[in-house]
Design a protein around this ligand. Structure first.
Ligand code: OGA
Ligand code: MN
Length: 301
């Protein structure tokens, strides 16, 4: 089988064709995939058949894996696999192990544009999401090219964000993004302190600059809170224009590998009273975001 990388029409993201369905591939092919990932930021694989062990083994070749805490929605025996699912204990097919509440995985994960781990000091470099069971309609995931968004920003805005960091706050925004969950406990608040990340981020591998923003960003360091909130809202609106997006319409056996350092993504919802959607995700450990030192027009000290 010859491995082929087929870029999507709009130049953002690509499909990997001709790959072994268990992703157990020789080193030369792995290098092709990993280079394509750097070039395209989002890669789609179709028709996969992977066990959790194979999913983990392939992901590990990309870098150390992150284990999602608390261990609530992780696959039993495979804590590296985080489960996104609306299956409940009443579902007769029981595709995955359940936690004490009878939930298979985290419901309604990722509704709202975000990058995984953006609310942590060390966000996650990438994620590989594998579709085990998908609804017959909807349940798509949108991805945004944040290099393209940065490059398209008006120069005045690039200058306004140069050298600046956004404040990400689980504490301030938990009730906004997870209204269906209870409030954070004091312990959870201690575990999730506010963090600050550069708005213009330099990618550690490609060296390119992307806009870095997500749904846990509230305001901007050094600006009045209201002014910061307005800037964040402007940047999010700007980045979410359809011209920067790729829409993944899932088929069973699809997997998407995305780079959290230069893309955002968003779950779009589906009829979760009627259908089951179950996805397994491995998550790559990352590094502390690095501030981009130049914009098109100016250099920072
Ligand atoms: C994720 C996520 C979106 C989706 O797993 O990180 O945001 O559509 N998922 O399931
Ligand atoms: Mn996510």
């Amino acid at each position: 089988m010859t491995l082929e990388i087929v870029p999507f029409e709009r130049g953002f993201g690509a499909e990997v064709r001709g790959i072994a369905p268990d992703l157990d591939i020789p080193d030369a092919q792995f290098r092709q995939v990993s280079d394509a990932w750097t070039r395209h930021s989002v890669l789609r694989f179709r028709g996969l058949r992977m066990s959790p062990e194979q999913h983990i083994a392939f992901s590990r070749r990309l870098g150390p894996l992150h284990i999602m805490k608390p261990l609530k929605f992780n696959l039993e025996g495979h804590p590296e696999v985080f489960v996104v699912s609306n299956a409940s204990k009443d579902d007769p097919s029981r595709p995955v192990t359940r936690n004490e509440a009878g939930e298979a995985g985290l419901r309604r994960a990722g509704e709202g544009f975000h990058t995984d781990g953006e609310d942590k000091r060390i966000p996650n470099a990438g994620s590989l999401l594998y579709a085990l069971r998908v609804p017959p309609e909807r349940g798509d995931t949108l991805f945004v090219d944040m290099y393209a968004a940065y490059e398209a920003l008006p120069e005045t805005v690039r200058q306004a964000i140069a050298g600046r960091r956004a404040r990400y706050s689980r504490i301030d925004l938990h009730g906004v993004h997870y209204p269906h969950m209870g409030p954070l406990t004091e312990e959870e608040k201690r575990d999730r302190p506010d963090v600050f990340h550069p708005l213009a981020r330099r990618h550690p591998v490609s060296g390119r600059t992307s806009l870095y923003i997500g749904r846990w960003a509230c305001d901007v360091e050094g600006l009045a809170p209201e002014e910061g909130r307005r800037l964040i809202a402007y940047l999010q609106d700007f980045a979410q224009q359809p011209r920067f997006q790729f829409r993944q319409q899932w088929q069973q056996g699809d997997a998407v590998l995305w780079d959290n350092r230069c893309t955002q993504h968003c779950a779009t919802g589906f009829d979760d009273a009627a259908y089951v959607r179950t996805m397994y995700r491995t998550t790559l450990e990352g590094d502390e975001p690095v501030m981009a030192r130049t914009t098109a027009g100016i250099s920072l000290p």
